[in-house]
Design a protein around this ligand. Structure first.
Ligand SMILES: NC(=O)C1=CN([C@@H]2O[C@H](COP(=O)(O)OP(=O)(O)OC[C@H]3O[C@@H](n4cnc5c(N)ncnc54)[C@H](O)[C@@H]3O)[C@@H](O)[C@H]2O)[C@@H](O)CC1
Length: 514
């Protein structure tokens, strides 16, 4: 199923609606019980110490304590005073089943930690506003030291590790390092990006059965599952031929950087394009004989002329294109065919020159240049950066990263998967080829971006399993066919899931070009 990304503001809105409907108690019960079940399944041994803060995050901890006791676990609870009605109610319920609650203090914490095997961090959730107050910072540091002292000690965070700003990828020293985070309703942005995501450890998302449509309504982004992505991919008829599988041009390559164009070409071929031609300024290495190469020593003049010949189904522009990139990209955009813009073609002066069928593919550094901001600002909130870029550039934006964000006119989508070995040269060039290939096979712009990013990441996972951190872009290209087959195996399940949930990922596949 599609998972959703919920900003802290979105979570608050759902919270308010649940409260108005009298359903918050039910949601907290489900959340706390889910924490207990996940904890018990993953960490079956050791005494459990639950730390309950004053807000609803602490209320979840009291519910979890009750259910852990039912599961036969030895449980201690230390809590801060609370004025939150449901947290107080669940504290009373805990007491009514014989549970005791100590007041959280440096001394009580030291004593309880000495006997604990697992700590449940229910101190701060989405209601936290940075910075952490000094008293709390001191307790969080105590928990950190306890965890670091022995390898078998575990921290399970409720909703998100305490001290983490749910909206940001950045961390401060106070943020608890969790082994596992059980989050509710939707992914908080901090659980997806950068150093913040690394503090969460393994993440289990509990969607909660209480009114999922409110979560969808207030979501900041979607996170489609593999079957749903697979539903976007085209399926060929038995009589398919190279003309019906899409004709792609790769416009890139300058003396010294022709490899970039070659990798994009291979990416396009391996993502199913029927015919791929590289138009380059310099001689492109013959990486595979299936690629056609046309050299334009006097471009951009001959390239402009190219616009008068039969145009391809899609093109990718910019990979290793060099100083002429903006002029060439402008000419290519005037042809008005589905176009991927990458690398040297990602020039601020092209804002406003694009059209609806463009996919712009910046990495955070390029995104920062396009937006006129610091790279750190982009990295802190990739969702906001992708949204801002899409408003500025139009079409669809793929903000590359682990994970990548796709911003399209109807919303934001965050990709799944990938492999850390993909942090290597040429990976983006390969992706550009993949995206152009999918556009050439008739996918609409958002559909090509969402499916292409996942296909590329899946190929990266396959290549990573073989080559680890030593994987190179060509390995990923080599796994694209296998990745496609993996995704297609789930296609029917995805179509059914989209229909029954009424979820539109993107309008998807318009059918192969005739
Ligand atoms: N959104 C929903 O509908 C649901 C939310 N649930 C839980 O509710 C949580 C949010 O609850 P709340 O909004 O009550 O907020 P939290 O419980 O996350 O935090 C509020 C508490 O943190 C303290 N606090 C805030 N900033 C601080 C700082 N800088 N230093 C020290 N203390 C600080 C406040 O004084 C207050 O006691 C979620 O994270 C989740 O765990 C669950 O019960 C399931 C349903």
């Amino acid at each position: 199923m599609t998972a959703f990304v919920l900003s802290p503001q979105g979570a608050r809105r759902v919270d308010e609606r649940l409260e108005r409907a009298g359903l918050l108690d039910l949601a907290m019960e489900e959340a706390g019980r889910g924490v207990a079940d996940v904890l018990h399944a993953h960490y079956p041994g050791g005494r459990v110490l639950l730390l309950a803060g004053g807000g609803a995050n602490g209320g979840d901890a009291f519910v979890a304590a009750r259910h852990l006791q039912v599961l036969g676990r030895d449980v201690d609870v230390l809590a801060l005073p609370s004025t939150h009605p449901l947290t107080r109610l669940n504290r009373r319920r805990w007491r009514s089943v014989g549970g005791e609650t100590g007041l959280l203090s440096p001394r009580s914490l030291r004593r309880a930690l000495a006997g604990a095997g697992v700590v449940v961090d229910g101190l701060l959730g989405t209601g936290f506003t940075p910075p952490v107050r000094p008293a709390l910072a001191q307790w969080l540091a105590q928990v950190q030291r306890w965890r670091e002292q022995r390898a078998d000690r575990r921290v399970v965070a409720i909703d998100l590790p305490s001290g983490l700003d749910a909206a940001s990828s950045e961390v401060t020293d106070e943020v608890v390092q969790a082994d596992h985070t059980v989050t509710f309703m939707g992914w908080k942005p901090a659980l997806l990006f950068g150093a913040a995501a690394a503090r969460a450890g393994q993440v289990t998302l509990l969607p909660l059965r209480v009114v999922p449509e409110w979560v969808q309504e207030h979501a900041q982004a979607t996170r489609p599952s593999d079957p749903e992505v697979a539903a976007l991919l085209p399926v060929r008829r038995a009589d398919a031929h190279k003309g019906s599988a899409g004709r792609v041009w790769i416009v890139g390559g300058h003396p010294g950087t022709t490899g970039a164009a070659a990798m994009a070409g291979v990416g396009a071929l391996r993502a199913g394009a029927g015919l791929v031609t590289i138009h380059s300024l310099a001689e492109v290495p013959l990486v595979t004989p299936e690629l056609m190469v046309r050299r334009h020593p006097d471009w951009p003049a001959t390239l402009l002329e190219l616009g008068r010949s039969p145009l391809p189904g899609a093109l990718a522009v910019g990979m290793g294109l060099g100083p002429e990139a903006a002029a060439v990209a402008r000419a290519a955009l005037s042809w008005n065919v589905p176009t991927v813009l990458d690398a040297d073609a990602l020039q601020p002066e092209l804002a406003g020159a694009g059209h609806d069928r463009c996919i712009w593919t910046p990495h955070p550094g390029e995104a920062a240049r396009l937006l006129g901001v610091d790279t750190r600002e982009v990295a802190r909130d990739p969702l906001m950066a992708a949204r801002a870029l899409q408003s500025r550039l139009g079409g669809v934006v793929v903000l590359k990263g682990g994970p990548s964000v796709v911003a399209h006119p109807a919303g934001l989508s965050v990709s799944r998967g990938g492999h850390p070995g993909m942090a290597s040269a040429g990976m983006g060039d390969t992706l550009s080829g993949v995206l152009a290939a999918l556009l050439g096979q008739g996918l609409d712009t958002p559909g090509a971006a969402i499916a292409g990013v996942r296909l590329h990441a899946r190929a990266g996972e396959r290549a990573g399993a073989r080559h680890g951190y030593g994987l190179i872009a060509s390995d990923v290209a080599g796994e694209l066919g296998g990745a496609w087959a993996d995704l297609l195996a789930d296609r029917e399940a995805g179509i059914q899931a989209c229909r029954s949930a009424g979820v539109m990922l993107a309008s998807g596949h318009a059918g192969p070009p005739e």
